[in-house]
Design a protein around this ligand. Structure first.
Ligand SMILES: Nc1ncnc2c1ncn2[C@@H]1O[C@H](COP(=O)(O)OP(=O)(O)OP(=O)(O)O)[C@@H](O)[C@H]1O
Ligand SMILES: [Mg+2]
Length: 301
């Protein structure tokens, strides 16, 4: 994995890396959505031409074979979203590789079981189709990138999974943030080779500017992956915010936003979401709508 920046003569043959675009047609992935079962699915678009007019339609999922980064501060709902995606896919018969780096597999079991129940998908199917790589209790996987990639490839190829979740990628370079780019690049390349539709979770510290994909790890991840989703929470601490958002002091407004996607067009607004009692994520409305409703209410009353 060492980079060679030297301009030394080698036996390298440049022919293999140069082709005309048309030769890639057979290898280009189809454009369709892999559903997460959250409102996020409607925020990615497909454009098509009809009677000379361009039309935007929801993709109804995250783009097939995309590697998407979900970033956010602690407790913003990243794991909930990833678990909901994994449980939904597995329950519908699609194999998912779930790499758990933070939470030991036994805890993941209960979380996924609860999601399956709430989603109304058969848990026996989920148990069968969800393949767990427990990097949380295996330092040999978590702390050695080579072992990690080997294990990931083994899991994906043996079980023929279509989707992969890594919660979190940050856990692979803890205390070694200088390695972030290298780790993320290697995992990204491997997921691409394996043809996975993937969600990588990256954690952001509160000190790193909120509401952006920026972070020691987050920044490294955002430039490499196909798209980034930022999850955040706004804590209402003063009268000004309370009147702006129309929410009581002490309450929390949770938000989600697609910060960028290279593969397909997407909604660029910040959306308000709820974590329902059953732990499922529910997109409510764009934040701008919530604000304008609060404004017209305060003007009216
Ligand atoms: N069933 C539920 N009902 C209401 N709220 C819930 C439920 N389950 C989880 N939550 C809330 O959702 C929060 C977000 O959880 P989650 O584990 O997804 O955060 P995270 O973004 O992955 O954080 P971290 O970076 O620390 O891993 C929880 O701390 C809890 O407050
Ligand atoms: Mg988490």
């Amino acid at each position: 994995m060492e980079r060679e920046d030297k301009a030394e003569k080698t036996s390298f043959d440049p022919k293999g890396a140069v082709r005309v675009l048309g030769e890639y047609e057979g290898e280009a992935p189809e454009i369709f959505g892999v559903p997460t079962s959250t409102g996020l699915d409607r925020l990615f678009f497909k454009v098509s031409q009809e009677d000379g007019k361009w039309k935007r339609e929801p993709l109804n999922g995250i783009p097939f074979r995309a590697v998407i980064n979900i970033t956010g501060e602690p407790d913003t709902g990243k794991s909930l979203l990833a678990e909901q995606f994994a449980a939904y896919q597995a329950g519908r018969g699609y194999k998912v590789c779930f790499v758990t780096v933070e939470s030991p597999a036994q805890f993941l079991f209960r979380a996924i079981q609860a999601k399956a129940e709430a989603l109304g998908v058969p848990f026996d199917k989920v148990e069968e189709n969800l393949v767990v790589v427990d990097a949380a209790t295996n330092p040999a996987i978590r702390e050695n990138l080579y072992n990690f990639l080997q294990t990931l490839r083994y899991a994906v190829e043996t079980y023929e999974t279509k989707n992969t979740v890594v919660d979190s990628i940050t856990g692979l370079y803890e205390h070694r943030e200088i390695m972030a780019r290298q780790v993320v690049r290697a995992v990204f390349n491997e997921l691409k080779k394996l043809g996975q539709t993937a969600i990588l979770i990256s954690q952001k510290r509160s000190s790193q500017s909120s509401e952006t994909a920026e972070a020691a790890g987050g920044l490294a991840v955002a430039h490499i992956v196909d798209g980034t989703i930022v999850m955040d929470k706004i804590l209402i601490t003063n009268r000004w915010d309370a009147s702006l958002y129309g929410a009581p002091i002490g309450s929390v407004i949770r938000t989600i936003r697609i910060d960028g996607c290279r593969l397909v067009p997407h909604d660029t607004r910040t959306w308000v979401f709820q974590i329902k009692e059953d732990g499922l994520i529910d997109l409510v409305e764009p934040l701008e709508n919530l604000i304008s409703k609060a404004q017209s209410k305060s003007k009216g009353g």
